[in-house]
Write a protein that binds this ligand. Structure first.
Ligand code: TEU
Length: 554
């Protein structure tokens, strides 16, 4: 039989390269800093790292504004450093996944500089240009009028995800260009086949070097509504309300799926099961399923399921997780679940109550690593690093926080330096001036201290990852929920030669397990409370507050 592709069982670890390890003492993380810490990642049990963009960039959006897709930003190192990282990662049995930003480039990319220079240059049609409309034309909204230039306003009311109009005026062309994100991130025109060719070429550049695949940034918004219809206006604001719900007419258009199918065919020509992961914030599971290609299954292998961990109603609740995890099993492919990334406050804070945060984080880790899903984690999450949101405007680095202060404080809080030791700069850098301040809680929340504490969150992650690797049911088995009405305790069974049952108490009270849920004698594979390990049956056993318990028939 053909063995399952590696990504089906993987633990994937997102690295924000500015914040992981600083090898040259400039206060900013770099590629060698990642290479130096591969031993730690191997010990944790990570199968692959996804590195957020490390290409040359003006760093307006910290790398998500790319100025050259086929090189490394000098502040992160060189192409030789990248090749060394790839080689060393291989020695540690860790694959490397890169971030690919296809929706837009930096406004400093040579393509855009050329495109913006005139209406008739060779790249004139590589971005989304528009003449705009007369400021006095019928139907022009007050929002559009705020962006008037020489009697022209943007062609519609579309808003940038990061605020303001999504259209920016360029005097040299006397036209507007479209930017879904910052104005320094002009959208590429994917209706021009030359754009697809160039971007696929960039992907091949890295595939040829040996990367294991890509995480596709903002993939649902490659195409815009050709009719440029206005988004619905909301009183007091312009069109959009929810930054994670894409604009009404320009999200998930059929054209993007054609691109992905061609991309998948290209990637599949490479040996070694290269993988396409999508940043797919979707409103519901049916929408998510489209990203797999539905029953044809010819698009992304791993679109991210953002519903379990980031859904609008996500809360620390057995019912919420039972419902969304059950939904995640209905897609035409392997689910990929995620609780943490570089765009959202850390899950330990979102799901914590301020008093039992580490216990609750262990429950979340249990879901991440023992349900039937590929697991995506984020640097610092296994330590319980917390969100350190700036409290003063002058400390903010993320432009969202700079322009939106004090309403928006930006994403710096979830991007602070990795906490390796209790020492200076948490062992991240020798330079006291790190690009974001080191969280003072590194005195206790750090790799060195937690490795030495048997009950630490980090050691719970290590236990779960090791178990997931070694146990066929946890690695691969089908999942079904037991006692589906219980409001406090989540119980699920993973099938296999020897089945495994996982129990998680989501309440702050002890919970007695109902008789007959799991019959027969059991043996503990792992438990957050060592006392549970002594039990030989689940009948009548009691789960302490927030406990997680993993058993198998004895
Ligand atoms: O994010 C895309 C995205 O959907 C954002 O709107 C995200 O929801 C927002 O950052 C939350 O505050 C990706 C990257 O993950 C993000 O870091 C980039 O800023 C963005 O694309 C533009 O490239």
């Amino acid at each position: 039989a053909v063995p399952d592709p590696w990504w089906k069982h993987a633990v994937i670890y997102e690295i924000y390269p500015r914040s992981f390890g600083d090898s040259n003492g400039d206060g900013v993380g770099d590629l060698r800093g990642i290479t130096q810490h591969l031993g730690y990642l191997q010990k944790l049990g990570v199968d692959a790292i996804w590195i957020a963009p490390m290409y040359p960039s003006p760093q307006v959006d910290f790398g998500y504004d790319i100025a050259d897709y086929e090189a490394v930003d000098p502040q992160y190192g060189s192409l030789a450093d990248f090749d060394a990282l790839l080689r060393e990662a291989g020695r540690h049995h860790i694959r490397v996944i890169l971030d690919m930003v296809l929706n837009h480039t930096s406004d400093k990319h040579a393509w855009f500089v050329e495109s913006a220079s005139s209406r008739d240059n060779p790249k004139a049609d590589w971005y989304v240009w528009n003449d705009g409309v007369d400021a006095n034309a019928p139907g022009v909204t007050p929002f559009q009028k705020r962006f008037e230039h020489d009697g022209k306003v943007p062609p519609n009311n579309w808003e940038s995800v990061f605020g303001g109009s999504a259209w920016e005026w360029v005097p040299a062309r006397r036209q507007f260009y479209y930017h879904r994100f910052y104005r320094q991130q002009p959208d590429l025109n994917w209706r021009n086949p030359a754009v697809e060719q160039a971007m696929f070429g960039a992907m091949r550049f890295w595939l040829d070097r040996g990367v294991a695949g890509f995480r596709l940034d903002a993939i649902s918004t490659l195409f815009e509504d050709p009719r440029l219809r206005n988004d619905p206006e909301r009183p007091g604001t312009n069109a959009q309300g929810d930054p994670n719900l894409q604009s009404r007419y320009s999200d998930n258009l059929p054209e993007v799926h054609d691109v992905i199918r061609r991309m998948r065919a290209m990637v599949d020509k490479y040996p070694g099961n290269r993988v396409l992961i999508g940043e797919t914030y979707t409103p519901d599971i049916a929408d998510l399923d489209k990203w797999y290609g539905g029953p044809r299954h010819d698009e992304l292998q791993l679109p991210m399921d953002m519903l379990v961990g980031f859904g609008a109603k996500a809360r620390f609740d057995a019912g919420w997780f039972r419902k969304t995890l059950e939904d995640s099993q209905t897609v035409h492919g392997q689910p990929l679940i995620v609780f943490d990334n570089h765009d959202n406050p850390r899950s330990i804070d979102r799901f914590g109550d301020g008093r039992h945060d580490v216990q609750r984080a262990k429950a979340i880790a249990t879901l991440l690593l023992t349900t039937r899903a590929t697991a995506l984690t984020y640097y610092g999450a296994p330590l319980g690093m917390t969100t350190a949101t700036p409290t003063r405007k002058e400390d903010v680095r993320d432009p969202i926080g700079i322009t939106g202060w004090p309403k928006e404080k930006g994403r710096d809080g979830e991007r602070t330096p990795m906490q390796w030791t209790p020492g200076a700069q948490a062992g991240f850098s020798t330079n006291p001036r790190t690009w974001l301040p080191v969280n003072p809680n590194h005195a206790t929340v750090n790799v060195q201290t937690e490795l030495a504490e048997p009950g630490s969150l980090l050691n719970w992650y290590r236990t779960l990852i090791a178990l997931r690797r070694a146990n066929p049911a946890l690695r691969d088995g089908a999942m079904s929920f037991l006692d589906r009405a219980d409001p406090d305790v989540l119980i699920y069974r993973r099938e296999g030669g020897t089945p495994v049952t996982v129990l998680v108490n989501f309440s702050g009270e002890p919970q007695r397990i109902k008789a007959g849920i799991v019959q027969g004698a059991v043996r503990t594979l792992a438990a957050t409370d060592p006392a549970l390990g002594k039990a030989t049956t689940l009948d009548g056993a009691t789960l302490p507050p927030y406990a997680a318990w993993i058993v198998t028939p004895s």
